[in-house]
Ligand binder design. Sequence first.
Ligand code: CUA
Length: 383
Amino acid sequence: MLFFALTTLLVSSACSGSGPQSALDPKGPVAEQIDDLWELVYVLAIAVFVFVMALLLWSIIRYRDKGDDAEPKQIHGNTVIELGGIVFSVVLLTIIGVPTISTLLDIRQVPTGPDVLDVTVIGHQWWWEFEYPDLIADDGTTLITANELHIPADTTVNLTMTSADVIHSFWIPALNGKRDVVPGRTSNLTLIADGAALAASADHDPATYIRSDDVPEGLMAVVPGQCAEFCGLAHGDMRIRVFVHDDAGFDTWVEEQLAPSPVPAGVDDANPTGAALGYTVFEALCTTCHQAKVVDADGTVAVIGARLAPNLTHFGSRETFGSATFVNTRDHLAQWLANPADLKPMEPDRNDISAGRILGMPNLGLTTDEIAALQQLLLETWR
Ligand code: CUA
């Protein structure tokens, strides 16, 4: 008993306090509803535990063997105890069941209306694709990004989610519960980020999540999450970051992302160098799986590549890569380009590009010059 109590204390102390991925520290109205329900059930569960344990202890002491071998009083058929047990259980389960069902129905409602921001979420082994169907550039393309979801604070965001391969689960603990992301089906999840609560939270201070010393204007907080359904080798590295902006900051981000990334000058040279060399490598190798929207010197916009891996337009503006697992620095990118599987466990040997099946980036056998050129293209030219 003492051992059990101590073990429980030790294990549960790991859940004490808060953290950026604590479901007990909600930072939005939907997550708060879930937390309120949890608190109600928790208090009732403790009350039942204490009541049952007290009854048990009382019985052990009161009816212990006093050495007289007397047969205890038989109470089978005692109406008060039997009916009382049933009524007590029904009342208790009703107190838990009614708010549970009502909360479930409530948070599953799909929000609609002109103020709702719609985002399509596609789960992949092992990364997340985000498409904003209503944010359309002048060239007619929609805003597509990967792993870092940008949303405005205090706005209802409706995620419509599906999977390209196996079942994943989208989970931002501070903003909502987890929801399965299933191939061939769509599921919805509502995110509402409480700007004031997030801004006051040290766990979500944007300064701790970004590479440079200058937090972008209007970025209020960063909220991490992750895939919550085992989906293969890199399930643990299938992370998510939600960037919460004020309205002006979000508009700036959208404007930047909708613009194409430039084709570097000098790509048609006989021996291109720097970003231009990077672009020729990108065109020759990366476009097998990666897409990018580019604009050349004449102002012609083109979408190049296949949509099988993260869209790399404005890749340099992302704080992380590899499904929000690695900080997007020159060093990490060089390691990744030299051999991606050294950084993140993946199964590129099982890729079947004609079938659209990608389980990770293979080692492309790039030279040091090509890696340096891609660093320049991806981190500097395509910011
Ligand atoms: Cu995707 Cu686990």
